[in-house]
Design a binder for this molecule. Structure first.
Ligand code: KG4
Ligand code: ZN
Length: 338
């Protein structure tokens, strides 16, 4: 019976998040980002699970109080089963199970990658949901995938990264330039002031719709080392042009594969998600493609691009409608294909 209230929990990586949805609408979406990893230049799994354990109860309390509902009103608990870091997933999974038993309501497992895609179906005034079929490009620090989405739960991965994710390509390039972690937003910031055609980096040759970013990172490292030998101030003097050139190369890699995916499938609706969708260059390239190639692009609110529990909640709602519930003996799954 409507309305359906879903409490959703996300703990796959380094953000502890809880959200409450009323049908397709978000009532609250609380995210506790773990600062601890900054000093290590990347996510430390052991520290991430400990921080989840510390944060999860207050984050859930906050989500419920912001939504202004009592836990007795909840229809079901949705949680991220995977993919992600095992120690992180275990915290959310165990917590969701216990709460569902305690409240005597159904438990719903959610695939994190499906959630990034289905985030487009959260009802918000500023967002239009894509119609099926569409292509989803999921780009973040942990993932890079092109997925053909025929229906809510009928998805096919057309391509994915064979090594680093796009966000890692940004972050590792930034690290080479001496920028703090996560460097993606900084590369974007400097890139906007530079000339993208200044330096050329070799694009990887990868068959089909798969990606590879580790070669690009090595290419950038060797280039910088060579230039710094000639001029120790090379990076500082050229930071804008270097960032613009790196960003341009990464965007070209993404756009080339998207063009191929559109050609292969005939589908021109493109929905993007993941933290890298914040990148100004990729947003611009997608808008240009609307004019150049007649694509229709969908970019969710930034809140729903980065890891968040509201996207877990929308999947929870869609599964609830189909009475697609999960048994209490479910286990977290670090590798979990769509
Ligand atoms: O989705 P997200 O918050 O977390 C996961 O990785 O799941 O994505 C974070 C990634 C980081 O690699 C960060 O550097 C990158 O997204 N990122 C950006 C920008 N904003 C965030 N990369 C390029 N340009 C940006 N503006
Ligand atoms: Zn994610």
């Amino acid at each position: 019976k409507e309305p359906i209230f879903i409490l959703a929990i996300e703990s796959s990586c380094d953000d502890t998040s809880a959200a409450v949805l009323c049908n397709k609408k978000k009532l609250s979406n609380v995210v506790a980002t773990q600062k601890i990893h900054e000093e290590y230049g990347g996510v430390v799994p052991e520290l991430a699970s400990r921080a989840h354990q510390q944060n999860i109860v207050p984050v859930v309390h906050q989500a419920l109080s912001k939504a202004n509902i009592d836990k007795k009103q909840l229809s079901a608990i949705a949680f991220t089963r995977g993919p992600g870091l095992m120690g992180s997933l275990l915290v959310g999974t165990s917590f969701a199970k216990s709460l569902a038993i305690g409240l005597n309501i159904p438990l719903i497992e959610v695939n994190h990658m499906q959630a990034h895609i289905l985030a487009h179906f959260i009802e918000e005034e500023s967002m239009t949901a894509p119609t099926f079929p569409f292509l989803a490009l999921t780009i973040s620090g942990g993932h890079t995938q092109i997925v053909l989405v025929r229906d809510y739960f009928d998805m096919e991965i057309l391509g994915e990264t064979l090594d680093d994710a796009v966000g890692e390509a940004f972050d590792k390039s930034a690290k080479i330039l001496g920028l703090p972690y996560p460097g993606g937003p900084l590369v974007d910031k400097y890139a906007q002031l530079g000339n993208p055609k200044t330096f050329q980096f070799t694009k990887p040759r990868v068959d089909g719709l798969n990606f590879s970013f580790s070669g690009l990172k090595t290419g950038i490292l060797y280039f910088i080392q060579k230039e710094v030998k000639k001029n120790p101030d090379f990076v500082a003097e050229n930071i804008n042009d270097i960032c613009a050139s790196i960003q341009y190369t990464i965007i070209q890699i993404l756009m080339d594969k998207l063009k191929k995916a559109v050609k292969d499938t005939g589908v021109k609706r493109i929905a993007i998600g993941g933290g890298v969708s914040a990148n100004s260059g990729i947003r611009k390239a997608l808008k240009e493609a609307e004019h150049l190639h007649g694509w229709i692009t969908f970019i969710p609110k930034f809140e729903y691009c980065t890891d968040n529990a509201a996207m877990i909640g929308i999947v929870g709602y869609l599964k609830y409608k189909e009475a697609h519930f999960t048994k209490q003996d479910v286990t977290a799954k670090a590798r979990y294909v769509i």
